[in-house]
Design a protein around this ligand. Sequence first.
Ligand code: SER
Length: 358
Amino acid sequence: MSKHSEIRNQFIGFFRERGHTHVPSAPLVPQNDPTLLFTNAGMNQFKDVFLEQGSRSYSRAVNSQKCIRVSGKHNDLELVGPSPSHHTFFEMLGNWSFGDYYKTEAILWAWELVTGVWGIDPNRLYATVFAGDDEVPRDEEALEAWTEQTGISADRISFHGRKDNFWEMGEVGPCGPCSEIHIDLGAEFCRRKDEPGHRCAVNGDCGRMVELWNLVFIQYRRDAEGILHPLPRRHVDTGAGLERILMVMEGVRSNFETSLFTPLIAQLVELSGEPYHSDARGIPHRVAADHIRALAFALADGVLPSNEGRGYVLRRVLRRAARYGREIGLETPFLHRLVEPLVEVMGNDWHELKERYD
Ligand code: SER
């Protein structure tokens, strides 16, 4: 079994053992949500439950969700290429509680899975907690859960504001404070190590620390006027990037060096004759390998490049890939040549890629 399938199965299995129902990934085109062009998080399909506008037959769910982040509040497009760990398309592993368990269990189980099942050294891990502001108080409950449930030392917990530790799906909708698990990739990953006085930090900008898992405690709804309203029940919404977990588990330096991406990079090297480098010389390879995933998965879900709406967003992604391709001498259409290796790597887990291959 491929490593990414194994990680996905371990995640889903872990939460099924703890009473969660495995719910399939929703399509990339959100159903009945005009506030969103593409599915950008695992929680999107449960938005109605958080807002008490709908219900499910279960109160705990787990899945691996196809996500695209190229528009609206969550847009990573410009980071793709320079960054070793950002994508336009990625898989978000998530577990949910709908008015069922809350912070204690969410934090304990995330810690157990990461350190126990996946065996990641706790000495490489950090936790973050919402620091509080004039709208929402500091998250004492999460702090207590980190301290009491995981045994993580106080010097590995840090407090952050709205930008990093308060998650909102969009301009309006469900939201709440969050706690994240970050990993220290090692001093050699710091891009600013030669700058006098630089100190590596969680949520810093030097590349050494990477977020692995976001645990959101949904307890508010933001309305169109920007006002927060407490929800009648409190919920858990977590998301961990499969590609980043895979990077750590495979012991490589970048998501693009994992077994999910190496066949795509190899094909690009073959087509262009340009070797791959992990530094800026590899940006064109990373852009193309990333963008073909967004394009192929969006096409498989029925979105075609066009002049408006999500079709136009897709067209911009297509053009960006083509433009970077020219930087490595790929002057004629080449993106379609990446589909075969993509289907080989991901087609067994995502059948729509095979079914819509033509
Ligand atoms: N919704 C949160 C996120 O996208 C957790 O899944 O990060």
